[in-house]
Design a binder for this molecule. Structure first.
Ligand code: MN
Length: 417
């Protein structure tokens, strides 16, 4: 395992920072209502990548100002060779071997993170959400269909998913309005229309496609086409979902909002943390088999903060609990000939672990509301209440450093009357 890469920016060398030199995640920021600019997180600062490009200090493309844009899509379009070259030159500029002149030039093009507002780091082209966590699928299946039919018959063979709405993806910090929908509980004789009473989170990772494809690609090609990862909260209205989902799957229950963390952590930064998917109960068809470890060891947790109260950590788990990697999901997605675009976002599916306190949704944590959670304040929760703030966090732990994502936050506001 590699150690910390030291930077001349001291805050980047703290063992608990999310953003050491080893990370260098890509985001979009503004200061004082100014223009949206591309930035790179390093310690407690943001390096203005748009400014470095304009000044000729660090350019991804000698011809075009690809970072003169409020997203990283144009940079992603340049392909993996440019991604690697840019990352190497950025690392050199920020490493403690950089000369004084370089340091002065870079610091001129940087701002304290505390002064910046973070925005969507990329333009979401399309959004697909999978259902690839075995513990989650088993738990939800047991509640919805009984223990015998918990895992659908296709589950161990196919990474199943549905096409979601790119328009609903928002950045961390955006409030989420409780949705209305058509509801029919087990004791209702007729459906009714009203605010969801079982509004929930789903703890997921989002993989971002950085290289377009047109036709089927292999799992190995899919791995190379993924630019990076974000934390992803797939807000879900369980009461709307339970009534609408058969036979075509989730629709309105999942289209209110999907929140992502503000920094794209690159696949390059996560490389030392690659790990294998679990042992297969049934052999996968050859097109889905991985040539090597393509999942990552990323510790995850979820915090719930009631309005005006303190946070309770309600779940801790790890991305390595997934049954299918993002590369397998992406390869499967292309089998029918479906074109993939730069900026496509693939949600992993809810990440739950084998233990009760490792469950990535309130549906599972409260077992459908039958076993409400007790928060540190003594209050209880079955599902989200108005004013609650939900925070997802994630980090890969290295030797003396961590590759963090920055929080993925959202506060739920009352349904519109
Ligand atoms: Mn989901």
């Amino acid at each position: 395992m590699t150690g910390l890469k030291p930077s001349w920016i001291d805050s980047a060398n703290a063992p608990d920072t999310d953003f050491p030199l080893n990370n260098l995640p890509y985001g979009v920021f503004s200061v004082d209502d100014g223009d949206l600019r591309c930035g790179v997180a390093i310690g407690d600062r943001i390096v203005d990548a748009t400014g470095l490009e304009a000044a000729g200090i660090l350019r991804a493309d000698p011809e075009a100002d690809v970072l003169d844009a409020p997203w990283w899509n144009d940079f992603m379009e340049l392909g993996p060779k440019v991604w690697a070259d840019y990352r190497a030159r950025l690392t050199a500029l920020l490493s403690d071997g950089a000369d004084e002149q370089t340091q002065e030039a870079v610091i001129t093009h940087s701002v304290p993170m505390a002064q910046a507002t973070l925005h969507m780091p990329f333009r979401v082209s399309e959004y697909t959400d999978f259902y690839a966590g075995r513990h989650h699928a088993t738990n939800v299946g047991t509640m919805f269909r009984g223990a015998e039919n918990a895992l659908p018959p296709n589950w161990l063979h196919i990474p199943i998913g549905y096409n979601g709405r790119a328009s609903s993806v928002v950045v961390s910090g955006t409030d989420v309005t409780r949705p209305h929908g058509q509801l029919k509980g087990p004791n209702d004789t007729v459906p009714r229309f009203g605010p969801s009473a079982r509004f929930d989170i789903e703890l997921e990772m989002g993989a971002i496609v950085g290289t377009a494809s047109d036709g089927p690609i292999s799992v190995a090609e899919a791995y190379d086409n993924i630019f990076g990862y974000v934390l992803l909260n797939d807000w879900s209205a369980r009461d709307i979902q339970a009534w609408e989902y058969q036979p075509l799957g989730p629709f309105q229950a999942k289209a209110t909002a999907t929140t992502i963390s503000p920094w794209i952590v690159t696949a390059a930064a996560l490389e030392p943390f690659r790990t294998s998917t679990p042992e297969r109960e049934k052999d996968l068809l050859p097109y889905l088999q991985e040539p090597g470890p393509m999942l990552y060891d990323i510790a995850l947790d979820v915090g719930l903060t009631p309005a005006g109260g303190d946070e309770t950590v309600i779940a801790r788990t790890n991305y390595n609990e997934m049954y299918y990697s993002a590369a397998q999901q992406l390869a499967h997605h292309t089998t029918c000939g479906c074109p993939m675009r730069v900026g496509d976002l693939l949600g992993s599916g809810t990440i739950s672990g084998p233990e009760k306190d490792m469950r990535g949704s309130l549906l599972e944590l409260s077992w459908g509301g039958k076993e409400p959670l007790t928060l540190d304040s003594g209050e209880t929760r079955s599902f989200i209440e108005d004013g609650d703030t939900l925070a997802l966090r994630g980090a890969a732990q290295g030797d003396g450093f961590r590759i963090g994502f920055g929080p993925c936050l959202g506060t739920v506001t009352p349904a519109r009357s």
